[in-house]
Design a protein around this ligand. Structure first.
Ligand SMILES: C[S@@+](CC[C@H](N)C(=O)[O-])C[C@H]1O[C@@H](n2cnc3c(N)ncnc32)[C@H](O)[C@@H]1O
Length: 512
């Protein structure tokens, strides 16, 4: 088949169109164009199959057949009969009709669907004496008619069932995200690059694990349609089984190559039933042992041991009524607190139907996107969890946070590296304290980058200490810098004999 011989349309939830243009272009789509609730494009049959197998965002892939005037039922009937249906469906095959109407005389969609079905089966009966029958579930072909301003666009739905149904979802679980919306959230959060760099992903309110599974599939290069048993083209007369088989085999190979490279992926939920469903879904997706889930409350949310800083992504509950929103504020505040205390250096993405709630986290978003969860207008807030983004930046709050985080970070770690710094500081202190007493000094510097790797200046002022970190040059590994800062802040209260609230910290430019 010639390149671009087919005219195709991918439908998608509102708000995903631009991402879908990029996704389809990457799959090889020719001329992908953003439309309302979808993307039009051209390609050959292989591309159409690829879109069905690999699109993480589309709902349906429609193959355009024709467009006909349809101001009346008779006109619609005649228009549908301009297509030779025996080229598409076996005379004893099965079909379903999906009919959508907007701004047209025919408004009754069941009636419209009935007319289309009559036109098809009458044509077949006249020709062969037998006719295909209607099957609601998994028909051989799915006819998709979009009537707009009295013009009917007639297509075949190659996906058959919406592609968000990946085949891993169990029934149940409270308010699960649609899989393609979850994929969009992850794409907007930059998960692909984070995963490539080996960063971890954690969802502290994972529910049925949709975000976790989609994230794993993306990171492991698993085709989202690989576990599906049914597509709308499998019973189509023009289906090229060998081509499809080849694409499936390729996808299998990519999965086998991708799976061993999965970064850490972790989910928690306070609800035991949600965790049970999450386990089942993970199992069904073939990802057992690749994703860690456990029952845990948000108040105990900390990074998994040895997880490389990556992405915290979550879809917390959001109330629709005013009272519910008020009730949920503490949950979002807690989420912000946990992020600030334990996840500095991570990215975070919070998807909520109530932007008010996003604002009580105490973190300034670097970006947000408008997305829809069904009919609910939602926002995806993106954060870099770093001091500069903290809303409460009072020195005291900063300080307490830093020291708490530092103490936790260093707990149980090998502190040999910091021992040299500690020794030097203790030695200086012993000596200087004595001198200061003699000279009745209340302010004095006890340490000034004596050990170059620990580039800090520490001044004692009465009963407090000022700690200044000399900004490291760009070529110094920022993870190392962060690690040293944490080490120093963790040990200072004990060595200086001061509470952490009396130790003040800032980063300074050495040249200034
Ligand atoms: C909107 S649902 C998440 C749905 C999920 N994204 C999915 O696709 O299945 C919100 C989840 O947050 C959980 N949750 C609420 N409060 C929590 C808390 N304090 N700690 C942990 N999980 C909590 C709920 O049990 C629920 O599963």
């Amino acid at each position: 088949m010639e390149q671009g011989a087919l005219t195709l349309f991918a439908t998608a939830p509102k708000g995903l169109e631009l991402l879908l243009v990029e996704e389809l272009r990457a799959l090889g789509a020719i001329n992908p164009r953003e439309k309302l609730a979808g993307v039009s494009f051209q390609g050959d049959l292989m591309l159409a199959y690829k879109a069905c197998l690999w699109s993480r965002l589309a709902n349906r892939i429609l193959l355009f057949l024709t467009k006909v005037p349809a101001a009346t039922p008779e006109e619609l009937y005649k228009g549908v009969q301009t297509i030779k249906w025996d080229e598409h469906v076996a005379r004893d095959g099965t079909l379903a009709v999906h009919f959508i109407s907007s701004n047209s005389n025919i408004t009754h969609t069941l009636f419209g669907a009935q007319k289309v079905k009559d036109a098809i089966v009458d044509q077949m009966r006249e020709k062969f004496g037998v006719r295909p029958s209607v099957a609601r579930d998994q028909p051989d072909i799915s006819v998709y008619v979009y009537l707009h301003r009295n013009e009917a666009t007639i297509s075949l739905d190659l996906s058959g069932e919406s592609l968000h149904k990946r085949g891993y979802r169990q029934e149940g679980g409270a308010a699960p995200l649609k899989e393609n919306l979850a994929a969009a959230i992850l794409l907007r959060s930059g998960w692909q690059d984070i995963a490539k760099a080996g960063g971890a992903l954690e969802d502290p309110m994972c529910g049925s694990a949709t975000l976790l599974i989609e994230a794993a599939q993306m990171a492991a290069d698993i085709a989202p349609g690989l576990a599906r048993q049914y597509f709308g083209f499998l019973g189509w007369k023009k289906h090229q089984a060998a081509l499809w088989k080849k694409l499936i085999a390729e996808a299998e190979t990519r999965k086998q190559q991708g799976l061993p490279n999965l970064p850490t992926i972790v989910g928690h939920d306070e609800d035991a039933y949600a965790i049970k469903i999450a386990f089942e879904n993970i199992d069904k997706a073939g990802l057992r042992g690749k994703i860690h889930v456990e029952k845990r409350d948000l108040s105990a949310f900390v990074p998994k041991a040895n997880a490389k800083p990556g992405l915290v992504v979550t879809n917390p509950p959001y109330g629709e009524r005013l009272g519910e929103v008020e009730e949920l504020k503490p949950l979002y505040t807690l989420l912000g607190e946990r992020l600030k205390e334990y996840f500095q250096g991570w990215h975070a993405a919070v998807f909520t139907g109530n932007p008010e709630l996003g604002k009580v986290m105490g973190l300034r978003a670097k970006k947000y996107y408008a997305l829809y969860n069904g009919a609910i207008a939602c926002k995806l807030f993106l954060f870099d969890v770093k001091l500069e983004a903290f809303v409460d930046r009072s020195e005291e709050a900063d300080n307490e946070r830093r020291i708490r985080t530092a103490q936790r970070a260093i707990e149980g770690q090998d502190v040999n590296a910091v021992q040299m710094f500690v020794n030097r500081l203790q030695k200086n202190l012993k000596h200087l304290k004595r001198q200061a007493k003699k000279q009745q000094l209340t302010s004095y510097r006890v340490y000034d980058a004596d050990i170059p790797e620990y580039a800090f200046a520490i001044d004692i002022e009465n009963d407090s200490a000022q700690v200044q970190e000399y900004q490291a040059p760009r070529f110094v590994d920022s993870e190392k810098v962060m690690q040293r800062r944490q080490e120093v802040l963790a040990v200072l209260p004990e060595i200086l004999g001061l509470p952490s609230t009396k130790i003040f910290f800032k980063i300074v430019d050495r040249k200034k």
